[in-house]
Design a protein around this ligand. Structure first.
Ligand code: ADP
Ligand code: MN
Ligand code: MN
Ligand code: MN
Ligand code: MN
Length: 387
């Protein structure tokens, strides 16, 4: 189970040791012992366990809600293994349990991929959180979604494409790349911009893009956003659980790489007041029937259903979203439901290519950037496929 990459690291390391050792009189037994020890190390595997905490909305929007800790497995398991062991953590330190003498929560591995930062045979292990009794914790939105996916629902083959917007800040909380005092030029040249005067933070964004690709996530693209220092990556299209899992790991990589680059990525829906775009998480959604010839009929039916559950969706679509869904800055007001072709001021947009092909998908523009991706998928499935 030792990957070649892991062995190469050890070989390189040992090569360096050999070079060092050649300056020192060789002590054969010590070197043999060392060889044996490094071979054992090569079998080991660093597994980064990742989960969502219970601080949603409590800590302020600048803080992410992802927690991680590392477990060193003495014998490496293949990526995707169902054998990554359960683990536990102190739920009283993450807003998931009351202080007290019974505060452990259980981590249940549900998805794993290569760790592009540590490399070698290291892995990222995304977990669901369970209560001590082994039941899903109240913060476990993934399980609520999974429970919804009956054979009947699965047969409709729903796909999701998640557009994750985020905003970069410097360590001191200043918008990344903005002049020390005052503001950059008004919005206009920044969206999909190129050039030093228009683009803030591309090196970091490219590093994150690379990391997602190396981890094997279904990332479908990136772009600079309307507000300078604001960016987007897209995950999908893929099934509901996989969409959520890949978004969670991509968010983890964003925060983790931010440590190395000295930038903070926030999902605050309205990070800067005034004439600056907020940050959303447009969610593109389709079923098999919508993707087939003439699927527009199905898309319209889904939109009709969504018009009836607007309030319920808004209630679950992220914290502070009322500051973003004002009817300005390419949004529809949260008090109204509106759908339209190529309409970026609508709640639901039918992309122009979809309208031309008369089939495809719809875009739900309402979710805030800090929304839980499993919740969006659940709400869309509940409203359009169960009703
Ligand atoms: P926008 O023009 O709104 O910025 P993007 O290109 O950023 O659109 O995102 C569109 C998303 O739609 C992509 O993430 C893609 O994965 C997703 N997508 C494409 N086709 C489908 C489909 N049939 N069902 C669901 N999502 C889809
Ligand atoms: Mn401790
Ligand atoms: Mn987009
Ligand atoms: Mn966008
Ligand atoms: Mn969009």
């Amino acid at each position: 189970a030792v990957s070649l990459v892991g062995q190469k690291h050890v070989a390189d390391f040992f090569q360096q040791k050999n070079e060092l050792a050649s300056c020192i009189p060789a002590i054969t037994n010590t070197r043999r012992e060392a060889l044996r020890r490094y071979a054992i190390v090569a079998e080991a595997q660093k597994a980064e366990y990742i989960w969502l905490d219970g601080q949603e909305g409590l800590k302020g929007f600048r803080f992410n809600e992802i927690r991680t800790k590392t477990r060193c497995l003495q014998k490496a398991l293949p990526v995707g293994s169902s054998e990554f062991p359960d683990w536990s953590f102190d739920g009283s330190s993450t807003g998931q349990m009351d202080q007290g003498n019974n505060s452990d929560c259980i981590l249940k591995p549900v998805f794993s991929c290569p760790d592009p930062i540590r490399g070698g045979n290291s892995v990222l292990v995304l977990c669901e959180v369970l209560s001590p009794e082994g039941t899903p914790h109240r913060t476990n939105q993934r399980r609520l979604l999974a429970d919804l996916l009956t054979d009947e629902i699965q047969a409709q083959d729903s796909w999701f494409g998640f557009e994750q917007e985020y905003t970069l800040f410097a360590r001191d909380g200043h918008p990344y790349g903005w002049p020390p005092a005052g503001y950059p030029a008004p919005q206009g040249p920044f969206y999909c911009g190129v050039g030093l005067e228009a683009v803030y933070g591309r090196q970091f964004v490219e590093a994150h893009f690379d990391a997602c690709v190396k981890a094997g996530l279904k990332i479908s693209g990136i772009n600079a956003e309307v507000m300078p220092g604001q960016w987007e990556f897209q995950i999908g299209p893929t099934g509901p659980l996989e969409m959520g899992d890949h978004v969670m790991v991509a968010r983890y990589l964003l925060h983790r790489l931010g440590e190395d680059f000295g930038v903070i990525a926030t999902f605050d829906p309205k990070p800067i007041q005034g004439d600056w775009n907020g940050a959303g998480a447009h969610t593109n959604f389709s079923t098999k029937a919508m993707r087939e010839e003439g699927g527009m009929v199905e898309i319209m039916k889904a939109i009709e259903k969504l018009s009836k559950t607007h309030k319920e969706h808004i209630a679950e679509y992220g914290h502070g979203n009322e500051k973003r869904l004002t009817g300005k800055h390419e949004t529809a007001s949260m008090d109204t439901f509106r759908a339209g072709v190529a309409d970026r001021g609508a709640s639901i947009r039918i992309p122009l290519p979809v309208s031309l092909a008369n089939k495809g998908y719809l875009e739900d523009r309402r979710p805030a950037a800090n929304v839980n991706p499993y919740v969006v998928a659940r709400m869309l499935i509940q409203s359009t496929l169960l009703n």
